[in-house]
Write a protein that binds this ligand. Structure first.
Ligand code: 6PG
Length: 468
């Protein structure tokens, strides 16, 4: 029997996606050099699953229906090139390779071009939702050749997460469109995680709330407009008690945050495109500052401080403000990421439809949240929307929370609690809605010391002044 689909790399993601496809009655072949992983595939498969594994690329290629559809689930970077290299001798014109990892979008563009010369279609596909998502329904962000996508569509639509019966997968655009969208997804993921940690800090160190109360607060928020995967898992994380010590596990976890790079890439490329994404920048920065643990310990000794206790009396009102401030900031974080996608789509000719992006982010992925349905509607009202804050309904949601974000930012300032992302979100909003910024002064200074010239508001042309 020939198989409908092939997966290279039988780590957790590869194995889970393969089993997900098998659940949906596709015959799937797996390739991994590790014979133990190949063998464990058989033990994990259920009755009725049509799955076969091998550690030979040649045998693997022979097991697949043509045109072959092969997904790589190997670590980003060199392993992707090696996997392609090992398959190539056994592939034919028209075959499709899909990279399902978190690859740099520029690597994906290079691979698309290299493989096109051999008439092989290369797809970059973001897959979000972690291990569980892969097994039971991820959000999938494919980009590549539009015609070739039809070979993949039925399989991807079957295995993707569903929201109201609609699959969380959609052809996004050519070249690296899929990996680009996934990169920005992760940038937003970083931003929201940072915002949530600031809300937590305000309640924990600021209001001195008990772990139980903070846990209950997140769990209540998950029943509101904040309802989202990241809020939901925060409540679950805060609930977890360490078996050995009987203490809340979160309090025993080191505060040095790690990162694999996608958040940083989002910020780096946003700067290249001159798109402001300050919440994402702040999130990357805070993970970086967290790694300077020893210096922070020294610095706290050098600059000791005590958070005032007076706020605790007013805790319930403050918790309510934090909730609204967090929602304000979440909306502006999505706004920044989506604005980046809009500019990137023009720059790299992806032809993204942001309505589709919002649609496939509603389920399966890490940044799924009820507000994505609102964004989808906003883009369906106006596909060319430059920024979702300019949509009337989203704008109303934001402005209703302006007072809350201002009061919460003030609170952080007074308490000495760092609110890098919340503050950036407010600064972004305040700048974006300022028709006039003080950057005229910067233009004058540039002209003063560097003869960089400036434009005027009252006359056409380019000007230079002898200032002194
Ligand atoms: C997802 C996640 C996933 C991964 C991140 C973690 O969408 O399922 O984004 O891709 O967990 O890459 O990134 P960091 O290790 O950089 O936090």
């Amino acid at each position: 029997e020939l198989h409908d689909f092939g997966i290279v790399g039988l780590g957790v993601m590869g194995r889970n996606l393969l089993l997900n496809m098998a659940d949906h009655h596709f015959a799937v072949a797996g390739l991994d050099l590790d014979t133990e992983k190949v063998a464990s595939l058989k033990t994990e498969a259920s009755e009725g699953h049509r799955v076969h594994g091998t550690n030979s690329a040649e045998e693997f290629a022979g097991m697949l229906k043509t045109p072959r559809a092969i997904m790589l689930l190997v670590p980003a970077g060199k392993p992707v090139d090696s996997a392609i290299h090992s398959l190539l001798p056994f592939l034919e014109s028209g075959d499709i390779i899909i990279d399902g990892g978190n690859s740099q979008f520029t690597d994906t563009d290079r691979r698309v071009t290299e493989l096109a010369e051999k008439n092989i279609h290369f797809f970059g596909m973001g897959i979000s939702g972690g291990e569980k998502g892969a097994r039971f329904g991820p959000s999938m962000m494919p980009g590549g050749n539009k015609e070739a996508y039809e070979r993949l569509r039925p399989i991807f639509e079957a295995v993707a997460a569903k929201v109201n019966g609609e699959p969380c997968v959609e052809y996004l655009g050519n070249g690296s469109a899929g990996h680009y969208v996934k990169m920005v997804h992760n940038g937003i993921e970083y931003g929201i995680m940072q915002l949530i940690s600031e809300a937590y800090d305000l309640m924990k160190r600021g209001l001195r709330l008990s772990d139980e109360k903070i846990q209950q607060t997140f769990s209540d928020w998950d029943q509101s407009e904040l309802k989202s995967f990241l809020i939901e898992i925060t409540a679950e994380v805060l609930n977890k008690v360490d078996d050995e010590t009987g203490k809340h596990l979160v309090n025993l976890i080191s505060d040095r945050a790690r990162a694999k790079g996608t958040g940083k890439w989002t910020s780096q490329n946003a700067m290249d495109l001159q798109v402001p994404v300050p919440v994402i920048d702040a999130a990357v920065m805070m993970r970086d500052i967290s790694t300077y643990k020893n210096e922070r310990i020294e610095a706290e000794k050098a600059f000791p401080f005590a958070i005032p206790t007076e706020y605790a009396d007013n805790a319930d009102d403050i918790i309510d403000s934090i909730k609204h401030a967090l929602y304000f900031a979440m909306l502006t974080t999505y706004a920044q990421g989506l604005a980046q996608l809009k500019v990137a789509s023009n720059t790299y000719n992806y032809d993204l439809r942001l309505e589709e992006v919002a649609k496939i982010w509603r389920g399966g992925c890490i940044i799924r949240a009820v507000c994505l349905e609102d964004f989808r509607k906003a883009y369906s009202r106006n596909p060319d929307l430059a920024n979702i804050l300019l949509d009337k309904e989203i704008g109303e949601q934001v402005i209703a929370r302006e007072k809350a974000i201002r009061s919460v930012v003030k609170l952080g300032v007074d308490m000495g609690i760092p609110l890098a992302a919340l503050m950036s979100s407010l600064a972004y909003f305040d700048s974006y809605r300022s028709a006039q910024l003080p950057t005229n002064l910067i233009q004058a200074q540039r002209d003063y010391f560097g003869a960089h010239q400036y434009e005027r508001t009252d006359r056409e042309g380019i000007f230079h002044t002898h200032w002194d």
